[in-house]
Design a protein around this ligand. Structure first.
Ligand SMILES: Nc1ncnc2c1ncn2[C@@H]1O[C@H](COP(=O)(O)OP(=O)(O)O)[C@@H](O)[C@H]1O
Ligand SMILES: [Mg+2]
Length: 247
């Protein structure tokens, strides 16, 4: 049977000035799959996400979404600067207008992200974790098949990390496709159907957790990441030694 691919990324790359922050990336995301894009700070996760969400123009390559909805995806950026004077419910109503979201849906989401009791408080007074939950709620207002989330667990306390994972499980049960990024690998490893590890702007691993652990003889993504880091350090020491010997 032919695979149902929702998002196809081909040779997508990004260069800022002389710095290539993303080497040509190929990636296919299947319908109903939850793909977790892992990597350390500066690996290129947000850059990749910004390109496929149309915020940044790619330097090379292309991507295509295969979705029915006119609005392609729900997008949770890594940081949202909501107008501090608005209350949580006002923020969601504002976004809801563009997305044709009903009042019921807004109320349901405020409850789902634990902000119902503070819905009339100004978001300017919210903690990082609370703002992040407003950000998550605005993303889920979009009634779409694909959700793209950049560092969604950033700033969430342990309770809300668990709740967040529940929300992702619910979306998966509804057959939604999810692409999310995280540098906090233990937060998201277990919700993934597939993990893609970005390291210095290149994909170093792509597979299920089990496959990646077996390939690297590791028991956690952190271990895999540290192995990549060590390999890179050894290579750069070797490079420097060779340069020294040559020169
Ligand atoms: N607008 C920009 N101009 C120059 N360099 C940038 C810009 N945005 C990101 N970068 C660089 O690209 C690299 C990847 O950044 P980013 O995609 O934000 O990483 P991640 O999200 O994985 O932490 C970093 O080295 C970062 O400094
Ligand atoms: Mg980022």
């Amino acid at each position: 049977m032919k695979e149902d691919i929702v998002l196809t990324i081909s040779q997508l790359s990004k260069t800022y000035g002389k710095k290539q922050v993303l080497h040509p990336v190929d990636l296919k995301v299947k319908r109903g799959e939850c793909v977790v894009l892992c990597g350390g700070n500066g690996a290129g996760k947000s850059t990749l996400i910004k390109m496929i969400t149309g915020i940044e123009k790619q330097s090379t390559g292309k991507f295509t979404f295969k979705v029915d909805n006119k609005k392609k995806f729900g997008f949770m950026p890594d940081a949202m600067d909501f107008p501090g004077e608005l209350t949580a419910i006002e923020v969601l109503k504002y976004y809801g207008k563009f997305l044709n979201a009903s009042e019921d849906k807004i109320n349901e989401l405020l409850k789902r992200v634990g902000l119902w009791d503070v819905r009339n408080q100004k978001v300017g007074s919210f903690s990082k974790g609370m703002s992040q939950r407003v950000n998550l709620a605005q993303t889920l207002l979009a009634d779409v098949d694909v959700y793209i989330l950049d560092e969604p667990t950033n700033g969430l306390d342990p309770y809300w990390v668990i709740e967040f994972k529940e929300i992702i499980h619910d979306l998966k049960r509804e057959g939604k496709t999810i692409l999310l990024s995280s540098h906090i690998m233990r937060d998201v490893a277990e919700i993934s159907d597939r993990v893609v590890i970005l390291f210095e702007g290149a994909i170093k691993e792509d597979g299920s957790l089990e496959e990646i652990y077996a390939r690297n003889n590791c028991e956690s993504l952190e271990e895999v990441f540290l192995k990549l880091l060590k390999l890179q350090t050894n290579q750069s020491v070797l490079r420097k030694t060779l340069e020294y010997d040559a020169g």
